[in-house]
Design a protein around this ligand. Structure first.
Ligand SMILES: Cc1cc2nc3c(=O)[nH]c(=O)nc-3n(C[C@H](O)[C@H](O)[C@H](O)COP(=O)(O)OP(=O)(O)OC[C@H]3O[C@@H](n4cnc5c(N)ncnc54)[C@H](O)[C@@H]3O)c2cc1C
Length: 479
């Protein structure tokens, strides 16, 4: 019997290769439509970050200009690749449930397919779509974008979760094989006449009229093609994977780490594909600590995805997965904005935050340092920092962002609750000649090293500024 299916691509699953949503849809239907809908609650400059009961509304869009630009490129690339296979991607902007319902009724869609969301907001949004579509359409939510699918985990995630990331990884490493990536399914030619005009979506339409900030920057290009090129470049052409373990904590440049996070978070590449490329590299070129370490990091990613699955809405709450916290964080928005804008007067922190403001990216080391400074030195509620990252990061992933912030704030399931990064020590180790600081804060080109060294203690515990008021007064004085 002829069935018509529809694949709803979402902004975390934008690829054709190794995509189980696409495979299932093409296996179970004779006609398949493909659609991407820019959710009007997520995209657009006027969609501000969520409001917590006990935190103020923040004046930052949920999706920054950097991530919006990146996703637009991913979607265009997906459309181009489907066109090359004699099919198409319908692109719309609005309320996902309403748009889908109209299309399902008009084209008598039997089955809709999409991937499972990684955190509560995404899951609730899927529930609402399902409700809107009603009982005439089968709404299929497919588990995607992990190394090991949820139904093959070596423990029952409904009831248990390993205490630490290490025990999680060891359980998976010793009990689970990582499936080979699947090829693109045979994309069927459509036998129904689809007459839906796509919306034109660009930064102007999303309200980003001031695009100066994008100029003269080496921003990553979105899309599956760019993701596959990055693998080629990083693994094969330049063989940078070879030294990943030694370079991964650097702060500057294109190639010190894989820079695959934005492709993983947008689903332009599957983690299984990356692992199998590493294994191929190990077999044909070289196997060392670096090659293992990239897989190790992907298990860390996997850990946070399942951590979010297990703990649900808890990861967004002040104490997260702990029953209580010893930290009495404050909600000083003035101080918080100085941190966001790179105006704390601590040169290392400011350099990272200016990088974020100008590119939508900070290295992993940088993220840990600025998170520690916010929560331990400035004593500000970590959720504000997580929200700002959510807005700004090109590679924003709800599970990885909120999970990592849980850890940085000491409210994750990590046994090390009091992790603290001493800013002067971090600078000494990772930016000893202040190259990174001077790159993002060129005014320091006119100052000697000892002047910068003195400033690195600004706002930190070693300055003995502990209480909220004393910190605020300190900054008032500095400005
Ligand atoms: C406070 C904080 C917030 C973060 N928010 C995000 C986020 O929203 N999205 C995101 O993708 N990553 C996040 N990370 C993790 C990490 O910083 C980025 O994945 C990494 O910087 C991306 O660069 P890369 O791809 O070159 O990493 P590489 O070093 O090349 O690592 C390869 C891959 O391993 C995974 N990985 C690496 N480090 C981590 C980590 N700490 N936790 C989980 N997975 C990891 C990522 O998928 C990454 O792409 C956050 C880290 C911190 C400390």
């Amino acid at each position: 019997m002829n069935k018509t299916g529809l694949v709803l691509f979402r902004s975390d699953n934008l690829r054709l290769n190794d995509n189980h949503v696409l495979i299932k849809a093409h296996r179970e239907n004779t006609n398949v439509l493909h659609i991407f809908i820019y959710d009007s609650k997520i995209f657009g400059i006027n969609n501000k970050l969520y409001k917590y009961k006990d935190l103020s509304q923040l004046d930052y869009p949920k999706t920054s200009i950097f991530r919006s630009k990146f996703i637009i490129e991913c979607v265009e690339n997906l459309k181009k690749n489907l066109k090359n296979l004699n099919n198409d991607l319908i692109i719309k902007h609005g309320n996902i449930g309403t748009i889908l319902k109209d299309i399902c009724e008009k084209y008598k869609i039997d089955n809709v397919y999409t991937n499972q969301g990684k955190a509560n907001f995404e899951k609730n949004s899927l529930k609402n779509i399902k409700k809107k579509l009603g009982n005439n359409v089968n709404f299929n939510i497919v588990w995607e974008n992990t190394l090991v699918p949820i139904n093959r985990l070596p423990f029952n995630i409904e009831t248990t979760f390993p205490n630490t990331a290490t025990s999680f990884r060891k359980k998976l490493e010793s009990n689970c094989n990582i499936n080979f990536p699947e090829k693109i399914p045979k994309i069927k030619k459509q036998h129904i006449n689809v007459n839906i005009e796509s919306d034109v979506i660009n930064l102007d339409i999303l309200g980003f009229t001031d695009k100066e900030i994008l100029k003269n920057k080496q921003l990553p290009i979105g899309g599956e093609d760019a993701a596959l090129n990055r693998i080629n470049d990083y693994f094969w052409d330049k063989q940078l994977l070879h030294n990943y373990f030694d370079t991964r904590n650097e702060l500057m440049g294109e190639n010190f780490s894989s820079k695959l996070a934005h492709y993983l978070s947008s689903g332009c590449i599957s983690p299984r594909y990356i692992v199998h490329e590493v294994l191929r590299y190990e077999k044909t070129v070289y196997k060392n600590k670096s090659t293992y370490w990239l897989i190790f990091e992907l298990y860390f990613r996997e850990y946070f995805i399942y951590y979010s699955e297990y703990y649900g809405s808890k990861i967004f709450q002040k104490c997260a997965v702990k029953s209580k916290t010893t930290y009495n964080w404050c909600n000083d928005l003035k101080l918080f904005k100085l941190w966001c804008n790179g105006e704390t007067r601590n040169p290392l922190i400011d350099a990272f935050m200016i990088e974020m403001k100008n590119t939508g990216y900070i290295s992993n080391r940088g993220r840990q340092i600025v998170a520690s400074y916010l929560t331990r030195d400035l004593n500000i509620d970590w959720r504000l920092g997580a929200l700002y990252f959510q807005s700004m990061l090109i590679d924003y992933d709800p599970a990885l962002n909120w999970g990592n912030w849980n850890y940085s704030a000491g409210v994750g399931s990590d046994p090390r609750e009091n992790r603290y990064f001493s800013i002067p020590k971090q600078a000494e180790k990772f930016d000893p000649k202040y190259k990174f600081i001077r790159h993002w804060l060129p005014k320091f080109n006119y100052h000697n090293d000892s002047y910068i060294k003195r400033l690195l203690r600004k706002g930190t515990r070693s300055n003995k500024i502990k209480s909220k008021n004393r910190i605020t007064n300190y900054y008032k004085k500095s400005y």
